[in-house]
Write a protein that binds this ligand. Structure first.
Ligand SMILES: [Zn+2]
Length: 175
């Protein structure tokens, strides 16, 4: 039971309190927890702030975690650099997929960069004849695109940005 004790309708019910706390620990938003528990999101927010001393309210669209940081690539050879870049871009896209309120232009740009990085890596791996079609049909690419598409569906305008960015990269000979 928290500080507010019997005043808090969540703290009053120990089973409910336990499950709400677990969801808060998993960094679900108040709205997401409200949908799961039939509680009002304000009740959950009050419990989080006043009973659990959580200072920052979590709101929809707010990043649940910090975005991944670009690892240091100095001193690596080209192949290792490309591998780091592909991994980093995957992580960035996953992060953006989870934070759908994020910047859709960046998502479109990242998607183009990732395709580019994967092509570079394929070349460095000696697969000179790896075509764009083969990359696009690969399992990792499909998994990424499924996430990207889920975000783009919520932001239809970003589809145009994505097409524009991919078109630009193609025109620059980067794809
Ligand atoms: Zn409480």
């Amino acid at each position: 039971m928290g500080k507010r004790g019997p005043q808090c309708s969540i703290c009053k019910k120990s089973e409910l309190c336990k499950s709400v706390n677990e969801l808060l620990d998993r960094k679900l938003t108040y709205q997401q927890i409200a949908a799961k528990t039939d509680l009002h999101h304000k009740t959950i927010g009050r419990h989080a702030r006043e009973c659990r001393n959580e200072e920052t309210p979590i709101t929809v669209g707010k990043p649940k975690r910090k975005p991944p940081r670009m690892p240091a690539i100095e001193g690596l050879d080209d192949k290792a650099k490309a591998e780091v870049l592909v991994t980093y871009l995957h992580a960035q896209l996953r992060w953006m997929g989870r934070n759908a309120g994020g910047d859709t232009k960046s998502i479109a740009l990242l998607t183009g960069q990732l395709l580019n990085a994967q092509k570079t890596l394929a070349k460095l791996n000696g697969a000179f004849d790896l075509t764009e079609t083969q990359i696009v049909r690969s399992t990792p690419w499909k998994a990424i695109m499924a996430k990207v598409i889920a975000v783009l569906e919520k932001h239809p305008a970003a589809v145009l940005d994505l097409q524009r960015v991919l078109g630009e990269l193609e025109a620059q000979g980067k794809l």
